[in-house]
Each structure stands twice: as C-alpha cells, then as structure tokens.
Design a protein around this ligand. Structure first.
Ligand code: GLV
Ligand code: MN
Ligand code: MN
Length: 405
C-alpha cells in the first residue's frame, strides 16, 4: 500500500510554475490534463472503473452492488490557483485513493458502491467561476453561459473542454450523477491556522463561508505617458488603486467580512501607456448573504465616487455567488463516531474557503475532513502537510468511509 505522500510525490513535477513558484494547474491545461491521466492510471491500477461524465467530472468506481445510485462518493480537485501549493485539491484525491487501499487491507466488504471523484475548475482560476463542475452537475449554472466563459487568452470554456474530449453539447444538470451521490465526503488541506491552534492533525468541517466574485471594470482615457499632462488625465489605474484601498477599509469595518482584490488587469498594459481600462476582481466573503450584498453595494458606491472624481467610469458584474453552507448535521455526527476510534475528540472547524462539498450540499448530505497545514498558509507555494498528518488524514477518511459503506 502506498502512503498519501508517496502518491503525491509521483505528481510533484507536474505543473510547476518557474516564474510564480508553486504550481499552476489550470483546468484543461496540459498540467491538469496530465494529472487527470495520472488519476485514471492510479484508479485503474486499483481495479476501479473510470468514466468521465458530461460535465468533465471523473468518477472511479468500486462497484459493490449492481447499482451506482445512492453511492458513497469522495474526492476533490486537481486544478490549482496560479502559483498554488501542492495540497489544495490533490491531497483529497490522493487520500481517497489511499483510503481505498486501507479499506481493502482491512477486508471491508462495502454494502454500496464507492466512487472517487475529480472535479474540474474548483478554483475558478481559468474561467472565473469556482466549483464549475459541481455547479454544472447540480444545475446552478446556465450551460450556455459556461460554454461562453473565456480565459485570459480568449479561449472559451467550450473550446477548452472540447479539446479535453468533453462533448460540450451535454453540459448541465446531470440527473444520473445527482442520483448517484448518496453521501459526499471531501478531505482537504486546512487553509488557515485552525488546526495549528487546535493542536490536532484532523478536524471535521462544520460550515463553509458564503462568498462571491465580482468584476469591476474601470474605464478612462488611454493616452501617452509622456505627452499627457497630469491635470489632463482620466487614468483608470489611479482610480483602481483607490478602489483597492476602499475595499480593505469597507471590509475592515464589517465584523467577519473578508474582501480581496487579488487580480487586476490593465488594458492595454504598457509601461509608457496610460491604461484605457482596468479590470479588477473582487472576492467578498461573509456568513450572511445580506451583509455581503451590503458590502458590495458600498464598494460599488465608493468606486463610482472615486471614478467620477478621476474622470473614469465603473461597471460592476457579478460572476458567481455561494451562500454559507452548514454541513449536514447527521453526517457530521457519523464522522464524529467514526473518528472516535482513531481520533477521539476530533475538533470541528469552519472553513473560509470554498469547496465542491459545499455546492453538492444542495443535492445530498455532504461533509468535510480537514488535515493540518503547519504553515497556516494556502493558495501559495508555502502551503504544506507533514507526511504523518497526511497519513492520519487518510486513516480518518478510511474510518469514515468504512462506517458509511
Ligand atoms: C477556493 O479555495 C476558494 O476558497 O476560493
Ligand atoms: Mn480546494
Ligand atoms: Mn483553493
């Protein structure tokens, strides 16, 4: 049997980003596609039956009965943020494979089928919408809208998915896949300091913070950096810089709010060119949707004021939104009981990050297990998991799956 770290070691060279550091494994890029191939090979080597569904989700089946309906499903994603860590996503996939090994070693005879899954575009790093695969499956996204989403090179989701072998005519709500998910359990690296502070290798997820993404386009007058007097400018970069500061101030004034501008794109983007437009992307999170809406309204209002003063214009577009998710109470109790053997008193932990388990909660009971990250840093090359903790996570996942099978 391979340890989780050994499984992860075999993909440690895939998608390394020499300029950003860490990994850039955008969905349907050669890096992510080679990780999908790796997953298919690992699953096939374990005798699991692999198929890719109409939304590009990969399923590896341990068929225990004639039916796949109501199966126990586990898994995560293999795509990353730009310059991300090695564990966000792959830890859940590798732990699921290791858990299958453990269950077999223990001689477990499942009473229902088990599937290990890989979800595409969980990060939304390439096409802007996070948890794209699970949102398509549950029918919360319009497939026409998804087909037309573009990456920064102008490639549409339709073209990228087609080149990955997906028939994009059939994207969208998948009744068959939805029927098959009896329960979903996702193991994930913890992305903050939660488990360091709790001094525990694993925790059970309680809630997933509501979050959304918006694009703010600031338009001004593109012009020459040398010939345009300072007084004659309508520079959207100057307006955008003030918007970034306003975002921080507005979020800091609201209890429990998090707001980030992590991406900003000047057009045309030349050193000696005053930009004609700057697009900036806002990630805003709060437990209550109404508060998120107020925060966005305040940010938009402030952006309009700033832009009017700078001779620019601001246009705000919502790109995605998810409400706070409370993971299924009964399933959480099952996890607590299952962990009672190896991890008595395993703590419960909320997450500020988004996950497919949150989206799938609209169609089935879902739960999460978190594994300690000793740096407390994520979405960065510094994200880390100790080998022993990774193995503890796989054991915890196997315990949970065993009880649920
Ligand atoms: C994904 O990790 C997110 O929280 O955006
Ligand atoms: Mn993730
Ligand atoms: Mn992530």
């Amino acid at each position: 049997m391979q340890t989780v770290s050994t499984v992860l070691d075999s993909i440690s060279d895939v998608g390394r980003d020499a300029s950003r550091g860490g990994y850039s494994r955008g969905v349907f890029t050669s890096a992510e596609l080679s990780l999908r191939d790796w997953f298919v090979a690992e699953a096939t080597a374990r005798g699991l039956a692999v198929e890719t569904d109409r939304n590009g989700i990969v399923w590896a089946w341990w068929d225990a009965t004639d039916s796949r309906d109501g199966a126990l499903v586990t898994g995560s994603h293999l795509d990353s943020v730009p310059g991300g860590g090695a564990f966000d996503g792959p830890l859940g996939v590798a732990s699921a494979l290791a858990a299958v090994d453990l269950l077999r070693e223990r001689g477990v005879q499942p009473n229902r089928s088990l599937a290990v899954t890989v979800f595409p575009e969980e990060e939304g790093s390439r096409f802007g919408v996070s948890c794209l695969g699970s949102r398509l499956l549950t029918g919360s996204l319009d497939p026409d809208h998804v087909r037309s989403l573009t990456d920064t090179d102008g490639t549409t989701f339709a073209d990228a998915a087609r080149s990955a072998g997906i028939d994009v005519a059939h994207l969208g709500r998948d009744e068959e896949a939805a029927r098959r998910i009896g329960d979903f359990v996702e193991l994930h690296v913890e992305q903050g300091r939660g488990l360091i502070d709790l001094d525990s290798a694993v925790a059970i997820g309680s809630t997933m913070l509501g979050h959304g993404r918006w694009r703010l386009s600031v338009t001004g007058q593109g012009n020459h950096a040398g010939t345009t007097l300072m007084a004659d400018r309508a520079d959207p970069m100057v307006a955008a810089a003030q918007v970034v500061l306003a975002v921080r101030r507005i979020a800091a004034e609201q209890d429990g709010a998090r707001a980030t501008v992590g991406r900003l794109q000047p057009v045309p983007g030349g050193t000696n060119v005053i930009a004609s437009r700057v697009d900036l992307w806002l990630d805003v999170r709060h437990e209550e949707d109404a508060v998120t809406a107020q925060l966005i309204e305040r940010i938009h209002g402030q952006a309009q004021k700033i832009c009017a003063f700078e001779g620019c214009r601001a246009t705000l577009t919502e790109e995605s939104r998810s409400s706070t998710v409370h993971f299924d109470g009964a399933l959480q109790r099952t996890l607590h009981n299952a962990l009672g053997r190896s991890f008595p008193g395993a703590p419960t932990l909320p997450t500020g990050a988004g996950h497919d388990a949150g989206i799938l909660g609209s169609i089935a009971p879902t739960a999460m297990l978190f594994v300690r990250n000793p740096t407390g840093i994520s979405h960065s090359p510094e994200e880390f998991v100790e080998r022993d903790d990774a193995d503890a996570g796989a054991t915890a996942l196997a315990d949970v799956l065993e009880d649920l099978l």
